[in-house]
Design a protein around this ligand. Structure first.
Ligand code: ATP
Length: 370
């Protein structure tokens, strides 16, 4: 299931050159985006980048200043929120405190005028979905934070919307519960067969749950891709730096042939790089490489196919599952390398101020021009 790789697949939600201005401030800037049916889609970005504004326009609480939003081929302009097949899940503190769990879930159905027997049936279904059958008669304050979150989900999908919008859905939960709940949400999305669009500023959350992620900055989409693509093949320095840890070796392309570029930093460091895209000779680029793709050792590797750079151990942090080394190179830059401790047994015990060699394959990173 990857409709975004199929040129004939019809997108379900389309943002077409959407701009949203508040006075003379542009919150969303000429943004285009396609989301497919049953996709778990994440909008990821720092505070103020415009992700909530995008959700609010899809829900109908705000209209675009320019551009169009289409849902299943229909232009949504002018359609009020309650007539869109879209619902927004608010954080658990938006539950009605004086109502029981089942009354909270039934609330929207009652307002819609659904028959009592149908409401009962639907509420039972929803309680089963979120595994709260035994808690139907409780009030929100008699529930844990995780259970309240599940009631909020049940309430927001009870009317069977086609699309569920979730704005920082797990923001109120502590780290451990948050991680568990991420997996629950994925299961529930699968079970319901809905399209989920989630807003988050937490990259791990987006990576865990989403089929694809749109990384946003200043009202624009910087990249839309699967979690693996975003991490392995970021399209810009911004994306590479936003998701995960990265080393950015800045330099100039001093030559390229057969898909391999030489990148020199002008301070005596020259490396070979593949994945060079459209980087032309003479252009300023960054070689972006993740710490775990760099090996550190006290002996000089003799493989002519890899880049080897001498340096000095500058810092070591033992993190349990892995160890992170900061290695200072001759040109003064500090490179981060990490190694899983499961494979460390045979490695030489490097320590502070030791002479060390970092090594990495030319295809272990990507060359970025933006
Ligand atoms: P956060 O994670 O903090 O909610 P966000 O990425 O969701 O951030 P938005 O809420 O979409 O950001 O806001 C984008 C920008 O638009 C912000 O700078 C915000 O101050 C501004 N903005 C949002 N709504 C309004 C409004 N009604 N009037 C004026 N400015 C607004």
């Amino acid at each position: 299931f990857a409709p975004w790789n199929d040129p004939d697949a019809k997108p379900y939600i389309v943002f077409e050159n959407v701009t949203k201005r508040f006075g003379d401030f542009t919150a969303v800037n000429n943004l285009s985006l396609k989301i497919y049916e049953r996709e778990f889609f994440a909008l990821l970005g720092a505070s103020g980048c415009g992700k909530s504004t995008l959700l609010r326009m899809l829900a109908g609480f705000d209209e675009p200043t320019a551009g169009r939003i289409l849902l299943d081929g229909q232009d949504l302009r002018g359609i009020p929120p309650y007539r869109r097949p879209v619902n927004m899940m608010f954080q658990s503190y938006a539950l009605f405190p004086h109502m029981t769990v089942e009354a909270n879930i039934a609330f929207g159905l009652k307002q819609e005028g659904m028959a009592k027997a149908d409401i009962e049936k639907r509420v039972a279904e929803m309680l089963k979905l979120v595994k709260l059958e035994r808690f139907a008669k409780r009030k929100p304050h008699q529930l844990s934070g995780g259970q309240r979150q599940r009631v909020a989900l049940a309430r927001s999908v009870a009317k069977r919307p086609k699309v569920l919008l979730l704005d920082e859905p797990l923001g109120a939960l502590d780290k451990k519960l948050r991680e568990e709940t991420q997996f629950e949400l994925m299961d529930q999305q699968q079970e319901l067969g809905l399209t989920f669009v989630v807003v988050t500023h937490d990259q791990e959350e987006a990576m865990t749950m989403a089929d694809r992620i749109a990384i946003m900055d200043k009202g624009e989409v910087m990249q839309v891709a699967t979690p693996a693509e975003v991490y392995e093949a970021p399209s810009s320095r911004f994306v590479a730096g936003f998701v995960g840890n990265v080393n950015m070796i800045e330099g100039t392309v001093s030559g390229r042939e057969n898909g391999v570029a030489r990148i020199s930093d002008g301070n005596g460091l020259t490396i070979k790089a593949e994945n060079i895209g459209d980087a032309a000779a003479g252009s300023a680029v960054a070689f972006a490489i993740r710490p775990e793709k760099i090996k550190v050792s006290s002996r000089k590797p003799d493989d002519p196919g890899v880049n080897v750079v001498e340096g000095e151990i500058y810092d070591i942090a033992y993190l349990g599952d892995m160890t992170v080394y900061h290695v200072k190179l001759a040109d003064g830059q500090v490179v981060k390398a990490s190694a899983l401790n499961a494979s460390r047994i045979t490695d030489d015990p490097l320590t502070w101020n030791d002479r060390a060699f970092i090594s990495f394959r030319p295809d272990a990173g990507v060359v970025l021009t933006r």
